[in-house]
Design a protein. Structure first.
Length: 115
């Protein structure tokens, strides 16, 4: 259809409102920032944050969906300032354990190949 943007994601995302704790991956004892995930997929997530996270930053995410925990290392792909002073952050998973990947897969539909 004319005017529609093609979905360029390798892995589609689904809406998912849940908490996420975010900290720089290199700060193993850093105090996490509590944020809210807006959507999540097999390859990454989008979350709202009161704190700015620069593009390229490597983060440790602890996502808390449906009485579960999924932990992953992610790279910030984009940061969009919002009118209310928060930031919309897009993050791509760069490291996720097999156990956490399985938990994520239980919550999401199977990925479909991009055509």
């Amino acid at each position: 259809m004319q005017g529609e943007k093609p979905n360029r994601r390798r892995f589609p995302r689904i809406p998912s409102r849940c908490d996420v704790n975010v900290r720089l991956a290199e700060e193993s004892r850093g105090i996490p920032t509590v944020s809210t995930v807006d959507d999540v997929g097999h390859g990454g997530c989008r979350f709202l944050s009161r704190q700015s996270w620069p593009v390229g930053a490597i983060l440790w995410l602890t996502i808390l969906p449906k009485k579960s925990i999924v932990e992953a290392k992610a790279r910030v792909v984009y940061e969009r300032p919002q009118k209310d002073g928060t930031f919309e952050i897009g993050a791509e998973f760069v490291e996720i354990s097999p156990r956490d990947k399985a938990r994520l897969e239980e919550l999401l539909p199977a990925p479909k190949p991009v055509t």
